[in-house]
Design a protein around this ligand. Structure first.
Ligand code: 6PG
Length: 244
């Protein structure tokens, strides 16, 4: 099932998204004793992660039973301004009482193919399962070209059906990325896109209401097998959907 949550202005979007994540954590920890969360990168999540680190959320989720992963990473060192890990560390990982051993960083500084294989082995060891593991929640962003995670239009990663994590050279960025694949993303119990800003209104409309063309709009590959798909937006990003 796919559900659109239009959360109002930017502040309401940040608070609403943080609440959504905290609620998912509470449900997972009550049901399975732990919360496995894959973070998305880019700029949208930063204030949401910072909000989640606030003391008031410590009554709502148990950080000691929360396990942090990364849905994609830029192939840069962890202290690079481009690093998704660096953004998450500054906004959340260093602010919340998260045990260091609960954080599984994707090693962007390594050779991309080796980093992808190592991360896949890390996931296999953590989840101890053969089919793609079911994360409790995978957070995703939506790029203005329809990419999500580091699944970019026209790339080989879009067609990967076996691997869970792959390296991908992105011509348009002239840069390497490492990313979760669609099979891994679609195995999640909950998937939540975090989308804000008027500049995302058209691409969101294209993804949700336009023709199905996943090679052009990779976000359309996100179709959970058994889980729930949520589109968390502010009012400006949803404007073309809600006024259509
Ligand atoms: C990344 C992200 C990417 C991001 C989108 C949206 O590594 O850049 O994982 O998929 O979520 O590009 O980015 P913004 O939130 O900055 O618009």
């Amino acid at each position: 099932m796919s559900q659109l949550h239009v959360l109002g202005d930017h502040s309401s979007f940040v608070n609403g998204a943080a609440d959504f994540i905290a609620d998912a954590a509470a449900r997972a920890q009550a049901a399975r004793g732990r919360f496995t969360l894959a973070l998305s990168g880019g700029s949208t999540p930063q204030p949401i992660y910072a909000r989640l680190a606030a003391a008031e959320y410590r009554a709502r989720l148990d950080w000691s039973r929360t396990y942090i992963f990364f849905g994609d990473e830029r192939c840069v060192p962890p202290d690079d301004a481009q690093s998704n890990y660096r953004m998450a560390r500054q906004a959340l990982l260093d602010q919340a009482p998260l045990p260091r051993e609960n954080i599984y960083r994707l090693r962007g500084e390594d050779d991309p193919a080796r980093a992808a294989l190592q991360y896949e082995q890390t996931l296999q060891a953590f989840f101890r399962c053969a089919p793609p593991p079911a994360f409790d929640l995978i957070l995703l962003g939506l790029g203005d070209n329809g990419h999500t995670a580091s699944l970019f239009p026209g790339t080989a990663a879009l067609r990967e059906r076996e691997r869970w994590v792959v390296p991908q050279y992105v011509e348009t960025l002239r840069a390497w990325r490492v990313t979760f694949t669609a099979p891994l993303i679609n195995a999640a119990r909950d998937i939540a896109f975090l989308i804000q800003g008027a500049d995302k209104a058209q691409i969101l409309w294209n993804v949700l209401r336009g023709p199905y063309q996943p090679d052009v709009l990779p976000a359309q590959l996100v179709q959970p097998m058994q889980g729930e798909l949520h589109w968390l937006t502010d009012a400006t990003a949803a404007a073309k959907i809600t006024t259509a």
